[in-house]
Design a protein around this ligand. Sequence first.
Ligand code: PLP
Length: 385
Amino acid sequence: MQRPVPEPATATRAIHHGESFASETGTVMPPIYATSTFEHGNPGGFDYTRSGNPNFRILEGVLASVEACTHATVFGSGVSAITAIVSTLSQGDLVLCEENLYGCTVRLFEQVFAKFGVRTEWVDFTNPSSVARIEEQRPAMVWLESPTNPLLKVIDLDAVCSAARSAGVPVVVDNTFATALVQRPLALGATLSLTSTTKYINGHSDALGGVVCTDQPSWHQKMVFAQKALGLMPSPFDCWLITRGIKTLPLRLNQQMANAAAVADHLASHPAVSWVRYPGRDDHPQRAVALRQMNGGGAIVTIGLNASREQAYAVCKALRWFTMAESLGGVESLICHPATMTHAAVSSEIKAALGISDGLIRLSLGCEDIRDLLIDLDHALTLLP
Ligand code: PLP
């Protein structure tokens, strides 16, 4: 005779209660799968969160759909996503890099991967001779950002990717400043489209993340391998936050871009401002390329003040609605003085060569009412003589 199964004890119930909550509750939002490991042989194919988790899979699904590609792999930060790609290189490989890359990407190449024999050459990809360099050098990889930081140079992705395709060279585009809503690097021929989801994708400055998108299964496998082998995965909670954030990306970005365009136009005729750089303006040096490959001008505006380092810093500090902070892409406006912040460690010669003057200021427009932002900027600029 079969013995009756006793009711589980409190300790057992405390651990196992609610295991089937999804079917019982009909939850509309995904739960946070805060688990390090999974029962062997589960239908989802999960084994250990370093190599996959339902929250990663949900976010990867949305990101691949927004990017209109077949594969997305999520990472713990934009820098983790960059590390995953660079880790596929071998000793002696050459990477042809755009000279205006995010500072941590430069640091990773020069202070970490250089030790393992990965070589870099830095070029200005707005110069056609640099595009020709791809054919001459046949590097292992081409790496660029567009628009660049902080001068918002727009690189002709189609031209670079066509040259690279003929030479059989993979192209990585860091699409963080544009996002897939504004620019689709894969459709323009890139092999990998990388985004720091910390910025616009999440949009609320409360989580870090990164993603690499591709249509090539072999590159997808390399990214999945790097996620697991190098421990570059995100946390389920951050994926959950970013999955929530991306729901409002189109709304936020449209508002942010409208604010950026209005701020750029307003400051262009302001007597205290020497110049304005915004890809959505007709006076942008690569406006024709921007019109071809971007669906809007983005939400970053860079300006030059006729001011000393101290005066420019004081203007940033005097603002009420713009927090002086690194990063970008959140619903709140931020302002950055690269000479004393993001590029503080860069030598004055390199800063001068890159065009990063003491009076240069980068604004990341948020979703505030434009009238408040313009009043705030006008007020802070009265500090200048
Ligand atoms: N790429 C660009 C263009 C960035 O601006 C940043 C961060 O500012 C990153 C990558 C790195 O992203 P994360 O801070 O998420 O590591």
